[in-house]
Design a protein around this ligand. Structure first.
Ligand SMILES: Cc1cc2nc3c(=O)[nH]c(=O)nc-3n(C[C@H](O)[C@H](O)[C@H](O)COP(=O)(O)OP(=O)(O)OC[C@H]3O[C@@H](n4cnc5c(N)ncnc54)[C@H](O)[C@@H]3O)c2cc1C
Length: 483
């Protein structure tokens, strides 16, 4: 197996990069999925991996304009700050437990054949008799679900849920499917972890395991096109370095593309199947992120400050665009992340990608001004929630969707996958070509390192099932390539 990675380090949006003595997390900062049946726990067991992670409780602190709520494993602060929500959280935990149990079985979701449906039906029946009253939630939104508990008109509780759903499901309660929402709201209960040396340690651990198992990971290899002959992929072309001139062909029996559908369509060019072409022409654009990488003097921060915070600016404006901010500090115990006496912070907000590209194309000064405006608004909001934070800053490195596109090759810098608004509209790994699959946060179950790992487990099952039959039909296996 060969992995081709265009960057000089692994991890993409969940990578960690060096800058002036800091190790900054590029985007993702909070790692989950290590609980029993969690995707990383499963992979750890399968591959004998001891993940370099340490628990952080509270998972994070939500700062609403009128209250602060710590998301702890026992949910105690949430229940104290939102009395009357106990039965909602009991049901949420019940659904999430079912979800984790079912997903641990690697269900082929969304189903693409009668065999898939049969498998889902069998596992579903084994798990769902638990409570048939939950079945209608398969077709409900989180908004409709909380109505059952008389919570829909509680503006503060709604905002609290919306803020969490935006970062874990990419949209708010009004749109998120209820079953999916229950899992998306389960992060704190399942446990949140720091990765030693930064979140990129997850991908680095996988690189080492691939190499130990005889595979190779080639860095600075940018895949430029996917070769297709007679309706099958025969390999990929890659160039060394971002500006490399010569393309090299990597022949492959099976290709797994860690890309968005738009990038896959680009790399296939005229060979892109009609279904994929239709998908990329019709798909609504997803979120991008505006990011600040900050170096901070540790002694300027309040004592015993938790490492992760979500800050909501006001109750009226839409979330995102600086009105909802996620801030993560490198843990105090991790000396590798910052020069002595300093901490590395990653601060992000959801943003629409298109305005950044439009400004860059039409007026570069206005683009820079917007960057400065977002930086200022975010720092102001942080200062309100964490007094004294601003005076500790010694380094500021802003990034827009343009930056994310440059470093991850993601189309227009869209990150975080697609919102899961219906379980039946989820995108699967199929591409329209028999020996080509998608992996990553564009396929169900979508975003987060845990989500991507879960999706990858299903793709592995699918490849194992498909590859022998395909290769028997045409030729002897040579190699698989993953980009
Ligand atoms: C700001 C932000 C905050 C986030 N916060 C969290 C969080 O706290 N916790 C969490 O779990 N998740 C978080 N996420 C989501 C998580 O980071 C992503 O869902 C996940 O990392 C996506 O992984 P991926 O493999 O699908 O894609 P990517 O991370 O985009 O990885 C794709 C990889 O493929 C490489 N590549 C692309 N094109 C080519 C090519 N043509 N040739 C060779 N290589 C190529 C890229 O360089 C990259 O390394 C966050 C994301 C962002 C952007």
């Amino acid at each position: 197996m060969t992995v081709l990675e265009t960057q000089t380090y692994p991890g993409g949006c969940a990578g960690t990069f060096y800058h002036q003595g800091y190790r900054f997390d590029a985007g993702a900062t909070v790692a989950g999925g290590f609980q029993p049946y969690g995707p990383h726990a499963l992979v750890g067991k399968m591959l004998n991996i001891d993940w370099p992670v340490r628990r952080h409780d509270p998972a994070w602190v939500v700062h609403l304009p009128d209250r602060e709520v710590a998301l702890t494993q026992d949910n105690a602060d949430v229940l104290a700050k939102f009395p009357g929500t106990e039965s909602f959280w009991e049901e949420q935990a019940k659904i999430a437990d079912l979800g984790w149990r079912m997903s641990a079985q690697g269900l082929p979701w969304p189903p693409t054949s009668a065999a898939d449906l049969l498998q889902i039906g069998r596992v579903g029946l084994a798990n769902f008799p638990a409570d048939l009253r939950l079945l209608p939630l398969v077709f409900s939104t989180v908004d409709q679900w909380i109505q059952r508990f008389g919570l829909a008109n509680d503006k503060n509780f709604r905002r609290f849920l919306d803020a969490q759903l935006l970062i874990s499901a990419q949209t708010v309660a009004q749109n998120v499917n209820a079953i999916w929402g229950a899992t998306a709201l389960d992060l704190a209960r399942q446990g949140v972890y720091h990765v030693e040396g930064g979140i990129g340690g997850l991908a680095q651990t996988l690189v080492e395991k691939i190499e130990t198992l005889g595979g190779e990971v080639l860095f600075r290899q940018k895949v430029t096109r996917i070769a297709v002959e007679s309706g099958r992929v025969t390999g990929v072309y890659a160039q060394k370095g971002k500006r490399g001139k010569q393309e090299e062909l990597f022949p492959a029996d099976f290709v797994i593309a860690n890309l968005t559908p738009w990038s896959l369509d680009d790399l296939l060019g005229e060979e892109s199947p009609p279904g994929l072409q239709r998908e990329v022409a019709g798909r609504a654009k997803g979120w991008g992120a505006f990011v600040l990488h900050l170096g901070i003097k540790a002694d300027q921060l309040p004592p015993n400050l938790p490492d992760h915070h979500q800050i909501i600016g006001d109750m009226e404006s839409n979330l995102g665009e600086t009105n909802s901010i996620f801030i993560s500090l490198s843990p105090q115990w991790d000396n590798s992340r910052a020069p002595a006496g300093h901490r590395a912070a990653t601060v992000t907000t959801h943003t629409n990608v298109q305005p950044w590209w439009d400004l860059l194309a039409s007026d570069e000064q206005a683009y820079e001004a917007r960057k400065a405006e977002y930086t200022e608004k975010m720092l102001t909001n942080i200062e309100k929630a964490i007094p004294g934070f601003r005076r500790g800053i010694v380094l500021t490195l802003p990034g827009t969707p343009v930056t994310y596109q440059f470093y991850t090759e993601r189309h227009l810098g869209m990150v975080g996958g697609f919102p899961i608004t219906s379980l039946f509209k989820a995108r699967g790994p199929r591409t329209g070509l028999p020996n080509l699959r998608l992996v990553g946060d564009s396929i169900f179950p979508g975003q987060s390192t845990a989500g991507v790992t879960l999706g990858a487990l299903r793709v592995v099952k699918d490849v194992r099932r498909t590859l022998p039959a395909l290769t028997a039909e045409i030729y002897q296996p040579t190699e698989e390539v993953i980009s």
